[in-house]
Design a binder for this molecule. Sequence first.
Ligand code: FAD
Ligand code: NAD
Length: 465
Amino acid sequence: MTEITCKLAVIGAGPGGYVCAIRAGQLGVDTVIVESGKLGGSCLNVGCVPSKAIIHVAEEFEKLADAVAGKTPFGLTAARPALDFKQAVAWKDGIVHRLNNGVAALLRKAKVKIVQGHAHFRDGKTIVVETETGPKTIKAETVVIATGSAPIELPSLPFGGAIISSTAALALPEVPKSMVVVGGGYIGLELGTAFAKLGSKVSIVEAQERILPLYDIELTAPVARRLTALGVKVLTGARALGLTAQGGGLRVETADGQEHGLPADKILVTVGRAPVTAGLGLEQLVLDMDGPFIRIGQRCETSMRGIYAIGDVTGEPMLAHRAMAQGEMVSEIVAGLPRAWDKRAVPAICFTDPEIVSVGLSPEQCRQAGINIKTGQFPFAANGRAMTRHGETGFVRVVAKAEDQRVLGIQAVGLGISELSAAFSLAIEMGSVLQDIAGTIHAHPTLGEAMQEASLKALGHAIHI
Ligand code: FAD
Ligand code: NAD
């Protein structure tokens, strides 16, 4: 058995693990990263990147379909649109492939050793990797667990055949005629919307009283309206029971206790993701857990000295940029730099139609925390750029502390507003007060002006409303 000795071993090369390894390498830390699948993890291979590619295809297709139907108010018409879905999936795979190579190149540039295979702990300092050429032992001073998450399966709807996870949905050979999505959260709504635009007859079955229950209703209402306009049937307070007796559909108990059958060529189950810890040999360690997740402190340290955990394996929010930020921090700690988690906010975006962005605290969270706030909300209906993009739905809302105008949260819903999240995050991370945003010249005509106007409104003197 070959043996490698290093200062840092990272298990899992998703956004958490590969960022951790690259930064450690940059800092001169002798680093090994172990990956059992493809570099880039869920995010790059079966998550953020491929889903956004398919969402883009769906948006483009819908624009054409609207033109054909004469639905655009600006006179655009077109002949019958056609989509070669296999080519769309191949295009998506090409992007993923380029990024896989990019991650490999960045790791090599940082002098990180990549070991391909499944890793498990023998003890707190020793990892055994089952590689194609046999087992390899890695002895490391510090180990970072970055093994990520995987889709949760429902006992009544095990994956296979017509019942698919997001991974399979992103690799379908054709657009299904009908699809039932079980779980109206992030993945269900992003992919459900995309497939509806691509021509599937989509139904969404959500157990809670409303879709995207983690966002407030003001933010989700425009998304719910758009789903209806797209012909998506949304059943809330509903339970998926299992396949219909003849197959080809899903049995659902709706909020009124009635049982219904929903026809479905594919049933996409998106009811959350579970941490990947099976087969990792955690039983060899004494790690405190938070339910199924690995418990971490402010420096992503676990309960065992020399073992850190980052990303989805540590629980919500399961977001790629959080995993990356944790990875970067841990590598600097390993290199001896004084670091701890000092972020004011982790931005969250739902790439629905319209998109939702939330950074920092919502008004409700402030109320629950007993913080006295003032808010300013500016609608895109009064924003010139939004009008010229035919996207007047939605708004930007700024939440500030009443006493000192400190911005605590910014939320928005609107067409293409995911890119505004950078400005929202920067404002909060820099500790801005309302006057900072209001006093910054925002280029005209841009959607960003809505952020300035929302701040002005909170100060009591919005100009354009
Ligand atoms: P992962 O990306 O899950 O990576 C973990 C890696 O560890 C995997 O490559 C796995 O093969 C490897 N591994 C596991 N066990 C072992 C082992 N024992 N030995 C060796 N290797 C191992 N987040 C966003 O921020 N924005 C989005 O738009 C977004 N969209 C998403 C869309 C979908 C469809 C999905 C499924 C997820 C999406 N996410 C999004 C979530 C995002 O993908 C995750 O938060 C992110 O990938 C977590 O990174 P990670 O490094 O913790 O784990
Ligand atoms: P989620 O937690 O966002 O949504 C799951 C939904 O399923 C919830 O609304 C829940 O109420 C519902 N649900 C649970 N059990 C159910 C049942 N038996 N029947 C019907 N509904 C049920 O989970 P997800 O959509 O699977 O996404 C997993 C994680 O991936 C998210 O937590 C998120 O952090 C991450 N993600 C992020 C993005 C993004 O940042 N844009 C996109 C996709 C995924």
